[in-house]
Design a protein around this ligand. Structure first.
Ligand SMILES: NC(=O)c1ccc[n+]([C@@H]2O[C@H](COP(=O)([O-])OP(=O)(O)OC[C@H]3O[C@@H](n4cnc5c(N)ncnc54)[C@H](O)[C@@H]3O)[C@@H](O)[C@H]2O)c1
Length: 329
């Protein structure tokens, strides 16, 4: 069996010319595709996306004509087609964003979360191994589960304790990747970001749904008593962090992405109403989500040591996002 080295200089010397992004037509993947095409001027970018309900190539209209950008419609569960495409591409790096991502959907009907997130990642890993490519895997802070009030922030060495089929499928991806690093010596980095927000996010998610409802004079629905606390990062900052980890991170390491901007859902709803000029009477409390995590929050000092500082505050990011939805509603 062929194995390959995982030394830092080997990682640094690997080529970055042929970059695959899975899920590049989704929310974060599309922002990242734009970011990397601007920053990696010598590279070709191959976006592999099956265009589920969450994928939308209008997110990438401004780079569609770029000769270094290529779109391939392919389901990562379809191993034979995926293998055929990657044989042609010969990837140096794979950024793996493609996943089913909406927690509520995973509670309603988990099967796509198992097949895409776990089986699809298994297919990606087989091809990372075959092509000796670098893998930059996008996981989530939700794999840590609920944090107790006053307990320390989650560090990269905290235990997995996923609460939803979504977060369990993301934790499973990581377990598979770990096994491929240990057993086959693949080069991978795992990234665990906190909640992202910004332009072009699907309206099923809390911030875009609340903004568009407020702008249409409809109620903002808040689960339970709204005391659930989340950490939010503006999507441009999130993409910068992923890029920084790709450029300066170490192989086989895990990096949390945080912002330090934590807020309860009820206070976030109030802030959105304040910034859209709508009354707080639009808030409507609805039955809590089963297994709803109360508190998140990650320690991202490892990422800070790579030089990362979030540039956009929660309020500044919300203002930009609201402006975008006003124009695109
Ligand atoms: N959005 C967040 O706040 C957040 C936070 C932490 C981690 N993440 C992780 O970041 C990644 C991207 O999240 P997002 O919010 O941009 O997701 P998204 O739901 O907006 O986009 C997912 C993309 O993946 C594609 N996709 C889904 N199943 C596929 C399949 N079987 N084959 C090929 N393509 C498929 C979809 O078409 C879509 O373009 C995910 O892995 C997610 O778990 C997201």
């Amino acid at each position: 069996m062929k194995t390959f080295l995982t030394f830092q200089n080997f990682w640094e010397n690997m080529k970055n010319n042929r970059i695959v992004i899975t899920g590049g037509s989704g929310f974060i993947g599309s922002h990242f595709a734009r970011y990397i095409i601007t920053n990696e001027k010598e590279s070709d970018i191959f976006n592999i996306d099956s265009l589920t309900y969450a994928g939308d190539n209008r997110r990438l209209e401004d780079i569609l004509g770029n000769p270094r950008y290529h779109f391939i419609r392919c389901d990562i569960r379809d191993k034979s087609n995926l293998t055929r495409y990657l044989k042609e591409i010969k990837p140096d790096v794979i950024f793996h964003f493609a996943s089913e991502t909406h927690v509520d959907n995973s509670i309603e009907e988990p099967s796509d979360f198992i097949t895409t997130n776990i089986n699809g990642t298994f297919n990606i890993l087989e091809l990372v191994k075959a092509h000796r490519a670098k893998l930059i895997h996008i996981s989530t802070d939700e794999i840590y589960g609920d944090r107790k009030i006053k307990s320390p922030l989650f560090g990269e060495d905290s235990n997995f304790n996923p609460s939803s089929p979504y977060s369990a499928s993301k934790a499973s991806q990581e377990m598979l990747i770990n096994s491929y690093m240990r057993t086959y010596g693949i080069c991978a980095v795992i990234i665990r970001p906190c909640n992202h927000f910004g332009p072009f996010q699907h309206r099923e998610k809390f911030i875009p749904k609340s903004i568009t409802n407020a702008l249409n004079g409809k109620p903002i629905e808040v689960y339970g008593n709204g005391e659930n606390i989340r950490e939010w990062i503006y999507v441009d900052d999130g993409c910068k962090a992923i890029y920084l980890i790709f450029r300066r991170g170490k192989p086989s390491e895990i990096y949390n992405i945080g912002s330090g901007f934590t807020i309860s859902n009820i206070n976030l709803a109030k802030e959105i109403l304040r910034l859209t000029g709508c009354p707080e009477s639009l808030i409507k409390f609805v039955k809590d989500r089963p297994g709803h995590d109360r508190l998140y929050g990650v320690n991202f000092s490892k990422l800070r040591r790579l030089g990362f500082r979030p540039q956009t505050s929660l309020t500044a990011g919300l203002k930009k996002t609201i402006e975008w939805y006003r124009e695109h509603i």
